[in-house]
Design a protein around this ligand. Sequence first.
Ligand code: PEP
Length: 251
Amino acid sequence: MRIPLIAGNWKMNKTVTEAVDFITQVTDKLPAPNEIETAIAAPAILLKSMMDANTGDRLQIAAENCYYENEGAYTGETSPMALKDMGLHYVIIGHSERRRYFNETDDIINRKVHAVFDNKMIPILCCDETMGRRESGEDIHWVVSQVTAALKGVSPEEAEHLIIAYEPSWAIGSGKSASADQAEDGCYLIRQTVADIYSDEIANQVRVLYGGSVNPENVSGIMNKDNIDGVLAGGASLDEKTFLQLVQYKK
Ligand code: PEP
């Protein structure tokens, strides 16, 4: 059984004080992690304080990015080994903003996926799709090629723990979510791609999330689709009340 995952991606939007306030307010209001798993991904500078404030076992604190080397002369980068040492389980890799603003290529993303697995953590691998590609019918090829490139050399034993987020870039931060059916189509395509690379069994274990303008009004429709195991929410994860509303979606 795939446990649903409601994950937030704060991006560069909170100070340490604000992050700690948020964690302190939500931590005892979340469901048991064997019913619904919850996670908040934040920039590296916030993570230690968030971990310290997260006194229960209900919320996963996740990183939004890391480098593909564990140590060395890489000024300003975040070591995956240091994230593991801090007690993290999840790292977002390949978010469309990293691809677009920081020139992360498929090769860099593949190296980062390996670095996360090598450190015994789990990547939340994001793949995107642009409106132009959707209109021209190129989107299928694009999503398949991003997933395939990111998973090059990843073993079946690693792959079964993967989390993959389908995030159409036209829906991210735009207030225009994909419809529940469009989200289901994208997530189904990703699961099929995993089945083609590995097996049906592994594809059935991988959790596939939808991300792009998820909010308390549309979350239930999205979460009740067969191939969608969770959401990755940006804007709607910033406010405690709204994040809790996402977690309390109607089954
Ligand atoms: C995201 O950044 O991954 C995201 C989905 O953002 P938003 O929910 O704000 O569209």
